[in-house]
Design a protein around this ligand. Structure first.
Ligand code: GSH
Length: 223
């Protein structure tokens, strides 16, 4: 597909949810344009026009507009070229949706907002981490990692022998968690997940969607 096919992604460059959609677009070979919207800027009137809950990402495809990452990625898989990212077997497909549900309902906040955002993201922007949030996040993260470790099917990718939307949903969240020293230490207790993260991290789509955080030198120079 070419840029003219008209996929526009509204989102925030540092968002793990934005990265899930970008991974899906790249794995499917769909060209797209990104429009930067920061949901943490208050007020962000343009965002409210696109998303009643004021979150990112939002996909626009011609006259069709949709938010909620799992729904966006399922749509992209169904309209895009490239290998299917949803397994045909009902049980594997159910596991894929189960893993996406676990991440959205129980995983994102402890792994990303409590541990990664406090330990890694906040200091990169000159802010102090909230240690109590990190401790609480690590405690809740154990339950999430226990559940995921049990579900990794051991055939290479998370739910089958092929890459699926579950792999693309988990990769940005676990990669973020792994950047916090406490996160990496805890992940060491989950050998299947740690091995899966090593394997998925070398995919070209993971490399091309990586956004580096500002360094102290960038901050000094006002970048
Ligand atoms: N359920 C939403 C969650 C999206 C989400 O939480 N995005 C974060 C960025 S990673 C956001 O916009 N946060 C803004 C806020 O919490 O105020 C989805 O699946 O797309």
């Amino acid at each position: 597909m070419k840029a003219a096919d008209g996929f526009q992604l509204y989102g925030y460059q540092y968002s793990v949810y934005q990265r899930i959609v970008r991974l899906t677009l790249e794995e499917k070979g769909i060209a797209y344009e990104t429009i930067e919207v920061d949901p943490f800027l208050i007020p962000e009137p343009d965002l409210l026009r696109l998303h009643p809950f004021r979150k990112v990402p939002i996909l626009v495809h011609g006259a069709f507009r949709i938010f909620e990452t799992a729904a966006i990625c399922t749509y992209l898989d169904e309209v895009g070229p490239g290998a299917p990212l949803q397994p045909p077997a009902p049980q594997a497909r159910a596991r894929m949706n189960q893993i996406r549900g676990i991440l959205d309902s129980y995983g994102y906040w402890p792994l990303v907002r409590d541990v990664y955002a406090q330990r890694v993201f906040a200091p990169a922007f000159g802010r102090e981490p909230d240690e109590a949030r990190i401790a609480a996040g690590l405690s809740s993260a154990r339950t999430v990692l226990d559940a995921l470790e049990f579900l990794v099917c051991g055939t290479g990718f998370l739910v089958s022998t092929d890459l699926s939307l579950a792999d693309l949903h988990l990769a940005p969240m676990l990669a973020a968690f792994d950047q916090a020293p406490e996160g990496r230490l805890l992940l060491g207790a989950y050998p299947r997940l740690a091995q899966w993260l090593d394997m998925i991290s070398i995919r070209p789509s993971l490399k091309s969607t990586h956004i580096a955080l500002p360094t102290p030198a960038d901050r000094m120079s006002g970048k």
